[in-house]
Design a protein around this ligand. Structure first.
Ligand code: SF4
Ligand code: SF4
Ligand code: FES
Length: 440
């Protein structure tokens, strides 16, 4: 780190997208060369260009440390926080050595790099009732909430409302009315909170809305865009699972039927049988689904696409009529996964899309003593002094002996208890209070 900061200032050229709707002119590119140390941020470079060359450059910022979410832009075509992007990294990813900066997508531009977040992002956040609808009666002192429930929603609490996920959402490009990744992640923040009284109502509302949670196409763009590892797509999948598996909500968008048809086709055949998926998603999850009037209507409207696919050889009549087959032992292995998962009393939520921090390396083994090898952790737990060395410092910075109650509290605040629904990245990169400071 010290080495990076010791590097002398260098020249960086910024190519910025400029647009002033009041001027009546079309957007244009504007270039400025600034001089700064390579570890400084793209935001500092923009501010320097504004101070030295053109005071009319429009950029929004506040905290300059990746907390307030104000400085969202696109750097070299990718969504980013300008204050959280180093100049050397930005230059490295630039096509021709010039750092390209544009306003975020899917939102109207107010001026230069400033977009109208109120028009899109905040409107959608307000759409999901972004506050707790508390269970009644409100307890006299406080709600007692299991620690693991709070750990479960920590990932969404880390959202700083920067709009980067909205900027990159492909479904929103096609359907601007889609509620979108940030708002749906916010919705999970309350659906996952046991103090909230309206889980069913929230889920039913988001499931029945034609621009709701079933509009997401799993493109992963919001997962990559998010600077805080909120994993909006993962939260959308969780909303869907709770809506369909726990509340048995059957939605008018065929989301529940589509999920059921998809999973049972894989279970029965080992591979997806695409020709059967559409009629079952509309008509019901069985071979007879295709005879339901809903499925007939959908098949009829899809006829031009089906004919084009047949003409171009993307689908063959034999392939449409017969499921794909895999060897029997492979099919049996797939079915045993289903049996294993379905035999569990409780559903385990796994977040497969966030890498998070590297796993801790296994504890080193101590040398063999009299033919016995004991891991260091075991040695320490047998030694009271060693345990004390691991406990948190007391209020005055002294080292306290471990106390079972305190240990339980620590677990609720910072670490997940064993077996809890913890997702890598749940620890969140926002400081405590980030949610309160951004729930504007
Ligand atoms: S995964 Fe879904 S919500 Fe996320 S960007 Fe893609 S379509 Fe949008
Ligand atoms: S989910 Fe991530 S990308 Fe989207 S608004 Fe929140 S912090 Fe920004
Ligand atoms: S100025 Fe970049 S997040 Fe606050």
């Amino acid at each position: 780190m010290a080495e990076t900061h010791d590097r002398p200032p260098e020249q960086f050229t910024l190519r910025m997208r400029r647009y002033d709707p009041e001027s009546g002119e079309a957007p244009y590119w504007d270039e400025h060369t600034i001089e700064l140390e390579p570890h400084r941020s793209v935001l500092e470079a923009i501010l320097q260009a504004r101070d030295r060359f053109d005071g009319s450059i429009g950029i929004r910022c506040s905290c300059r440390q990746a907390i307030c979410g104000s400085c969202g832009v696109r750097v070299n075509g990718e969504p980013a926080l300008a204050c959280h992007t180093h100049l050397d990294a930005a230059k490295h990813s630039a096509r021709d050595g010039v750092i390209e900066i544009e306003p975020m997508g899917n939102m109207p531009v107010i001026k230069d790099l400033i977009v109208d977040m109120d028009e899109v992002h905040w409107k959608k956040i307000r759409r999901v009732t972004p506050w707790l609808l508390a269970k009644q009666p409100v307890p006299e002192r406080e709600y007692l909430v299991p620690a693991e429930s709070m750990v479960d929603v920590t990932q969404t609490i880390g959202c700083i409302q920067c709009g980067a996920c909205v900027s990159d959402c492909l479904a929103m490009e096609v359907d601007p009315l889609f509620i979108g990744p940030a708002a749906l992640a916010k919705a999970y923040r309350f659906v996952g909170d046991p103090r909230d009284d309206q889980h069913f109502e929230r889920l039913n509302d988001l499931a029945q809305d034609p621009h709701g949670m079933f509009d997401c196409t799993h493109c992963f763009k919001c997962v990559d865009a998010c600077p805080k590892d909120v994993n909006p797509m993962g939260q959308i999948m969780r909303l869907r699972r709770i809506a369909t598996n726990d509340h048995h909500i059957v939605d008018q968008n065929n989301g529940e039927r589509h999920e059921a048809a998809f999973t049972s086709l894989i279970r029965d055949n080992g591979l997806l049988w695409e020709a059967e998926l559409l009629p079952r998603s509309y008509g019901g999850n069985s071979w007879f689904g295709k005879f339901h009037p809903r499925a007939g209507k959908e098949l009829l409207s899809s006829l031009p696409a089906i004919v084009r696919a047949l003409v171009r050889g993307k689908v063959t009549p034999a392939g449409a009529l017969k499921p794909h087959r895999i060897p029997k032992p492979d099919l049996r292995s797939i079915q045993s996964i289903y049996e294993n998962v379905e035999s569990r009393e409780q559903r385990s939520e796994l977040n497969l899309y966030i890498a998070g921090e590297d796993e801790e390396p296994p504890p080193p083994e101590v040398p063999v003593v009299a033919g016995v090898v004991a891991p260091v952790a075991e040695m320490e737990s047998a030694d009271g002094a060693a345990e004390g060395a691991h406990s948190a410092p007391g209020p005055e910075g002294t080292t306290k002996p471990p106390d079972p109650e305190t240990a339980a509290e620590e677990t609720s605040e910072g670490r997940a208890p064993e077996g809890a629904d913890v997702e890598a990245g749940d620890s969140g990169s926002s400081p405590p209070g980030a949610e309160g400071s951004t729930s504007q």
